[in-house]
Design a protein. Structure first.
Length: 481
């Protein structure tokens, strides 16, 4: 045996069998490895999430290909990918939304799988069905599951059947103001009208009395038709003074485990700004965690999923929706559990059974994420442009997921997310102090950004006391400067 093998043996003995050390490590950490792993994966996305996925694929020894538009040809994920596939379109969004173009790229590049990240085609059942037809793995749930969960009425019914708590509301689409008004009389005002095929709060209308239904219903139907091509809407009880809490789940098509909750109540226009965790007691986490796992198993879910809830002033939970993909804020959970969620999602997609048991998941400390969007911090209007100076912090307990760099041209045609700044602390107070330091160290010039807003939030009394609801920004207009 060589000197190096004496210090770090190249093979370990497992159950009497000599196994290469890399294989032994996988067995030790994840259980028996899949005999057929992915060799090449196409990333059908851009920005920080594309870079996040690329790094994980590289860690796993999987080749990373990426499809990209003209605006992203010089971006970090494109430069770092093993293979870059240009898909230039007059409309920049079409570079990532053209189903046949993405499928063709995966075929030409002989990719085993496609990772959609979030946004774009991540929740498009037709896209997943096309990949299934071509024998290409979609890193996420099956097309039928996405179809089910994408219909808020059907998803609500399925989760209610699995035992998840839901707010009182309609079990079928509502097309008449009279029907909606009669239902509201039954369940009590205020109520909220939502798009059945919707998400992101698009089109939602809060109704406080009967004579508001006619206009609110038409407005919600119109916006739903425009945004989703589906004008169906439904009505449910509006939870006043609610908090937004979500649970991270991983499932392999048969079994599911959860990684606890994230608190996401600080929002603007139903889009999250600050996320943190943990937030609940151990007892409540175990209770809701068991329910979300049952929900995932009941529909044969495979991959990463986020179950979203509203929590009322009494502490009662009401199911909102399931996001069938990796979330922007998955990073919070990674910091407090120590598990690479993107890697786990890829492993499940490869056909591996769940590599962890529920009792393996532990929570340590507290994590906070601030979304550093390139936006006016007063009106939240996107602020595209070139980054002349760009410095992100580092150090103990700090993580920054970003595709930005000095000289980067922030386009105005895509989402305004520039970076995700995260901190970990021993407890929430420690994390807040570290976030203040991290925000003070961050330097971005050339575009407007939300750092001033986040810095004021970290100093605000209600935030520090945990007195936060989804109306936080509306109730603290002074933070907008």
């Amino acid at each position: 045996m060589s000197e190096i093998e004496t210090v770090f043996p190249l093979k370990w003995n497992i159950d009497g069998v000599s196994v290469p050390v890399c294989t032994a490590f996988l067995i030790d950490c994840f259980g028996c490895p899949s005999p057929m792993g992915f060799k090449r994966v196409l990333i059908a996305n851009r920005g920080e999430i594309a870079l996040r996925i690329l790094r994980t694929l590289r860690d796993m020894g999987i080749e990373a290909a990426i499809i990209h538009g003209r605006e992203d040809r010089l971006s970090l994920p494109v430069q770092m990918a093993d293979i870059a596939y240009p898909n230039y379109r007059a409309n920049p969004l079409d570079s990532y939304l053209d189903i046949e173009a993405v499928v063709q790229a995966a075929k030409e590049l002989e990719c085993d799988a496609v990772h959609p990240g979030y946004g774009f085609l991540a929740e498009n059942a037709a896209f997943v069905a096309r990949l299934e037809e071509e024998g290409i793995t979609f890193i996420g749930p099956a097309s039928g599951v996405i179809t089910l969960l994408g219909d808020k009425i059907e998803a609500r019914a399925a989760m209610e059947a699995a035992g998840l708590p839901t707010a009182k509301g309609s079990s079928e689409p509502i097309a008449s103001a009279d029907v909606a008004s009669a239902l509201a009389d039954e369940i009590g005002y205020p109520v909220i009208i939502k798009a059945a095929a919707g998400g992101g709060g698009i089109g939602m209308q809060i109704v406080g009395k009967a004579d508001e239904f006619e206009s609110a219903l038409k407005l919600c139907q119109s916006r739903a038709k425009s945004a989703f091509g589906d004008e169906r809407v439904f009505v449910e009880k509006y939870i006043q003074g609610a908090q937004h809490v979500e649970f991270q789940v991983l499932a392999d098509g048969k079994n599911a485990i959860h990684f606890g909750e994230r608190f996401c109540s600080i929002q603007r226009r139903h889009q999250k700004l600050v996320e943190e965790g943990p937030w609940l007691t151990d007892e409540k986490r175990a209770e809701i965690g068991e329910l979300v796992c049952k929900g995932a198993e009941s529909v044969g879910y495979k991959g990463l999923a986020t179950f979203e809830f509203l929590r009322d002033a009494n502490g009662d939970f009401y199911f909102l929706e399931v996001n069938p993909r990796v979330q922007v804020e998955h990073t919070v959970t990674e910091l407090i559990t120590g598990h690479n969620l993107v890697e786990l999602g890829v492993r499940v997609a490869q056909g591996e059974a769940l590599p962890l048991k529920q009792e393996d998941i532990k929570w340590r400390g507290h994590a906070i994420q601030c979304r550093l969007n390139a936006e006016d911090p007063r009106e939240f209007v996107p602020s595209p442009g070139r980054l002349w100076e760009c410095h992100f912090p580092s150090g103990f307990g700090i993580r920054c997921d970003t595709h930005a760099h000095p000289g980067y041209e922030m386009p105005g045609c895509f989402d305004s997310l520039l970076a995700k700044l995260l901190v970990w602390g021993r407890d929430r107070e420690d994390a807040v102090r570290r976030m203040k330091t991290a925000l003070d160290e961050t330097m971005i010039t050339g575009v407007e950004h939300l750092i001033p807003l986040h810095r004021r939030i970290m100093d605000e009394e209600d935030f520090n006391n945990g007195d936060i609801t989804i109306q936080y920004i509306d109730m603290h207009q002074e933070l907008l400067g």
